[in-house]
Design a protein around this ligand. Sequence first.
Ligand code: XLS
Ligand code: NI
Ligand code: NI
Length: 438
Amino acid sequence: MSQQHFPDVPKIQFEGPKSKNPLAFKHYNPDEVVEGQKLRDLLRFSVCYWHTFRGTGSDPFGPGTMLRPWDDGSNSVENAVKRVGAAFEFISKLGAPFYCFHDRDVAPEGETLAESNKNLDAVAKALAEAQASTGVKLLWGTANLFSNPRFMHGAATSCNADVFAYAAAQVKKAIEVTHQLGGENYVFWGGREGYMNLYNTDMKRELDHLAKFMHLAADHAKSIGFKGQFLFEPKPKEPTKHQYDFDAAACLNFLRAYGLLDKVKLNIETNHATLAGHTMQHELEYARIQGVLGSIDANTGDLLLGWDTDQFPTDIYLTTQCMLVILQQGGLKPGGVNFDAKVRRESFEPLDLFHAHIGGMDTFARGTKIAAAIRRDGVLTNFVKNRYRSFDTGIGQKIEAGTVTFADLEKYMLEKGNPTPNESGRQEMLENIVNDYL
Ligand code: XLS
Ligand code: NI
Ligand code: NI
């Protein structure tokens, strides 16, 4: 691989918290062991192809701003293959073990499905070679079922059966390429699977179709021997007014209702949690307790802008809260921490891609160590355990065991008269304690 796209950037090294070198990790030491795992294996960082190598910096008010000297701006396969070189040089210099892509990020869409498949095969060959020469692996693949105008009414939930068929063919190919490249997961984000207005929508039929689509995908994966984990990515809105994969709870209800729970887990994204009116910690914890926390798309929104701004995570509180949940389940494997994040429109130089990812990785490494320290001391777990102790013995134990009726509880309370007095929830004290660890 020719090392020529980022000539001024060396391989990023861990230099420790005292370093002032902006092109070094201060906190992410891939070999450091936390709760029995090397940070490299615990965090499984991934660079996303779409924002990092295809993002132009355009917004609704103006065109792209990004300087990407390796990219000639054409839609040719040749350009796509050249971009693979730049991408893998970037990912290797950064030291991220994984990357993720949509079919249409890596290879240009052709005039026909056959031509698009051929383009994808050509670029997949270059990706396979780049993976082999750098050791970078594929965390997950997915299909872009939202950009092309054919998907205006959705893909699996389109009212047009031919569009369903087209989407199925596209996902079939995307799963095959993901399999061929050793991808460890496959993601469904329902781009336009939702509605703008119920006047023209048969919601029942659309949900049935979405479930049918996932079952067909799982069947196909089985038939080709793809053992990767399927992941469903919640997002409440944008581009549609209501997306069917609204949040972790809605996704879980969907998976359970349609018999997909043993086939699909969740890929939780921070900015999507915010748009759903939840914290990321809530979404992660909800998924975890239900056994479906598969992977995360790490980013953050801006509370003053109401859309998916996909900024890099730089908030240590946020990553600490994420890692409290992730450590509780022992990591995300085979999932990982994918930076579904983009540099700002004003950060248009290639170097900014390094600053952004280094910051994200360091912020997660810090969050991991802080969360591990909190867990080691047991401050939160002990408090929570003690808070619910009335369910460990006596009447509480009987309630949990399911051995009492409403009549029994009435009798108990009539005899006792009044409940044992409540105790403080001590929220402020706990917030102060968490601050002590930062
Ligand atoms: C968009 C989603 C998308 C998925 C992959 O908001 O986050 O990038 O992660 O299709
Ligand atoms: Ni995402
Ligand atoms: Ni997103």
